[in-house]
Design a protein around this ligand. Structure first.
Ligand SMILES: Nc1ncnc2c1ncn2[C@@H]1O[C@H](COP(=O)(O)OP(=O)(O)OP(=O)(O)O)[C@@H](O)[C@H]1O
Ligand SMILES: [Mg+2]
Length: 592
């Protein structure tokens, strides 16, 4: 039926296609056009003041040569005034461009995060969590930092150059031409340096992701690392990515460091040539000393803006590389959700109709033509060897993955006809890996759409899951905080919270994947009783290794290598003396 369709072409923007990326970034700036315009005004003020400073040299010299009382006052006023004017420009340009930058970071981050919330399971299988976090933190930050400083430099220094050049041409155009002759040389150096920046900065981003990835893995898995003596291995692994980052950052630094003095030297040569030419009488013409000094000041003042403007390209490239990466995430195709069928509450009849599934096209089928019908309200247990496809089978129900062929129907409606939201509202799921949030126990039980549940309902669910016995012993009861992913709880306690969460949801379809595996026999028996009451009137799929927990199921499906090989209730299956009887025999002998 539906193969995973082709991914939308919007994500095939080549890194070289920078223009596309600029335009998208601009769209993020658009809402803040007012602040942006203020920044532009600030930059104009700054550039005008810088040009004014050079031009003022003429009057400074004149005043020095003719130090009347009036000239003294004028000169002092001029110095303070020009700096104050430029200071106002600096403030405006810096503050408002930062304002725009922070707003863009905020919006971009929000967009990336919101997109992450809609991406299919497959995406998270393919991308390590550390890498994704680094996208949200490092890359997004870099986009705004690089582009705002690029904008500031382009505007401020670009305008300053224009102002100064204008002043120079106005004073003596022949001299200006000499000064400009060196321009193309500078340009050549710049384009070489910026090409290298672009390559290197793209790689540096990758290695930053590696660092967070390796670090977060060893940090969250510190116990395994310590007990299995993995410190050496982790250190070596970290050192490798850390060194790679060092090497690349140094390369970047060296390119940057070399490009600055080379460009400065070129500017110095230009000024030297200028001074030399200037002193030729046919060029100097009628220029006064004051005008000459002002001209040289203007030419010298230009060194810094030129240097900055030439480094702006690298900055832009850095920003574009980061933006490209961020946009790539935003452009990832979200979960397909074309269905519109949204019943309030389904009856719970589930049909698998020759369903086949593979995780990746190049891999083998994990589920092979599964056909089974589960009437509403029935409890079905899935058993079978590890890796036989039990968890995979149940993960198709909330459409975490799209099956490759066949169809799954609930109450006779294909899963594909349901809207994802409505479909998932019908299913309460306790998975093998319990996920808890760093919040109170109550908030963890009444999570997400359940947050409006009353205190009594939460307590009741906790009681049914036999969680109250340990919750009431905690200092703040239901309001106790449980730490990062519930580190302050035992494995069994975590499972009981997960069960309470599922019970509170009160969905017509309940899926328990090894939900009681971490419990001792007594707690398990207690919960078992509770679950039996809960299972009434609900379709339940239970996956368990311990066969004792599933003997009472209406039906047991035995899975092997992606197929259902046996089906029947406990006594039937024992009587038929097949795979189930064998499993049972083995566990029985283990226990005795
Ligand atoms: N995200 C994934 N990407 C690729 N292959 C996967 C993924 N998850 C599981 N598999 C593969 O699919 C097969 C079935 O896995 P599944 O988790 O369904 O087994 P299971 O029956 O639940 O096993 P267990 O009893 O150990 O939980 C395994 O061979 C596994 O390697
Ligand atoms: Mg499993």
């Amino acid at each position: 039926m539906s193969q995973a369709g082709p991914i939308p072409d919007s994500r095939h923007v080549k890194p070289g296609d920078s223009w596309q990326t600029y335009k998208r970034l601009l769209a993020y700036v658009k809402p803040f056009w007012l602040a942006f315009s203020l920044a532009v005004v600030g930059n104009i003020i700054y550039a005008a003041a810088s040009t004014g400073m050079a031009a003022a040299m003429e009057y400074v010299i004149a005043a020095i040569e003719n130090p009347t009382q009036q000239n003294r006052v004028l000169l002092t006023g001029l110095i303070v005034g020009v700096f104050a004017f430029r200071g106002a420009g600096t403030f405006m340009s810096q503050y408002f461009i930062s304002y725009v930058g922070r707003q863009v970071i905020n919006a971009l981050r929000g967009d990336v995060f919101n997109r992450l919330m809609t991406l299919p399971s497959r995406y998270f299988d393919d991308n390590a969590a550390g890498r994704l976090v680094s996208k949200l933190t490092f890359n997004v930050e870099q986009v705004a930092e690089a582009s705002t400083s690029a904008i500031t430099i382009t505007l401020r220094e670009g305008l300053t150059i224009i102002g100064l050049l204008g002043f120079m041409v106005y004073t003596n155009w022949k001299l200006t031409l000499v000064f400009l002759a060196v321009g193309p040389l500078i340009g050549a150096v710049v384009s070489y340096a910026s090409k290298r920046f672009r390559k290197i900065s793209q790689r540096i981003q990758g290695s930053m992701g590696d660092i967070t990835h390796v670090a977060s893995e060893s940090i969250s898995g510190y116990r395994v690392v310590r007990t299995f003596g993995g410190e050496g291995y982790e250190k070596a692994r970290f050192q490798k990515v850390n060194d790679k980052n060092l090497k690349q950052s140094l390369k970047m630094a060296s390119t940057q460091a070399i490009s600055v003095p080379v460009i400065q030297l070129l500017v110095a040569v230009a000024i030297a040539a200028l001074v030399w030419t200037m002193l030729a009488p046919e060029i100097r013409g009628e220029m006064t000393t004051g005008q000459l000094v002002a001209f040289i000041t203007a030419a010298a003042t230009m060194a810094k803006p030129i240097r900055q403007v030439t480094s702006v390209h690298a900055k832009i490239q850095k920003g574009v590389a980061a933006a490209y990466d961020v946009f790539e995430t935003i452009d990832e195709a979200p979960e397909q959700d074309p269905g519109t069928y949204a019943p309030d509450r389904v009856e719970g009849k589930i049909e698998f109709n020759r369903v086949s599934f593979r995780y990746r096209d190049q891999l083998d089928d994990v589920l092979k033509e599964i056909s089974v019908t589960i009437p509403e309200g029935q409890s079905v247990a899935l058993v079978g060897r590890s890796g036989s496809g039990k968890s995979t089978l149940v993960s198709l129900l909330p459409r975490f993955y799209e099956y490759n062929s066949g169809d799954i129907l609930i109450d006779g409606h294909s899963l594909k006809d349901f809207s994802l939201k409505a479909l998932r509202a019908q299913i309460a799921l306790v998975t093998q890996n319990v996920v808890l949030f760093n919040d109170t126990i109550a908030a963890n039980i009444a999570y997400g759409a359940l947050r409006d549940c009353s205190r009594e309902e939460i307590r009741e669910a906790a009681a049914k899951a036999h969680a109250l016995e340990f919750i009431d012993r905690m200092p703040d009861g239901l309001d106790s905080k449980i730490g990062d992913n519930g580190v302050m709880l035992s494995g069994g306690q975590r499972q009981r919270l997960a069960i309470a969460r599922a019970l509170l949801k009160d969905a017509p379809i309940l899926i328990l994947d090894e939900a009681t595996s971490a419990l001792d026999t007594e707690s398990e028996r207690n919960i078992q009783q509770a679950l039996e009451t809960v299972m009434q009137g609900r379709t339940t799929l239970v996956i368990a290794h311990r066969l004792s927990t599933i003997e009472k199921a209406d039906r047991i499906l035995v899975m092997d290598n992606g197929r259902i090989v046996e089906s029947g209730n406990h006594s039937e299956l024992l009587a038929s003396n097949g795979a189930y009887a064998q499993l049972h025999q083995m566990q029985f002998s283990e226990q005795s």
